[in-house]
Design a protein around this ligand. Structure first.
Ligand SMILES: [Zn+2]
Length: 81
């Protein structure tokens, strides 16, 4: 598994797995982990503008705060194990 390191706006080191994506309206969202062992999901990175500034609500909706890329909750499925 190849994880790409990145740094958040807050200076936090995170690890992006570009092999795990959630489909968004403007581009994919990549799963981001807080640790290199990829156990704790930190959040998502926007594949459209490369921002880490995304928000997920309790319905599973993911939205990029920077470009507005949106993943609708009704597309949530068993694509990942
Ligand atoms: Zn974006």
């Amino acid at each position: 598994m190849e994880l790409e390191t990145s740094t958040t706006a807050g200076g936090e080191q995170v690890y992006i797995d570009r092999g795990r994506t959630e489909r968004g309206a403007e581009g994919p969202f990549y799963v981001v982990f807080a640790e290199a062992d990829a156990r704790d999901r930190w959040g998502f990175a926007c594949g459209s503008c490369d921002s880490l500034d995304t928000a997920m609500d309790t319905m599973g909706r993911i939205q990029c705060t920077d470009c507005g890329n949106l993943r609708k909750p009704d597309e949530w499925d068993a694509a990942h194990e």
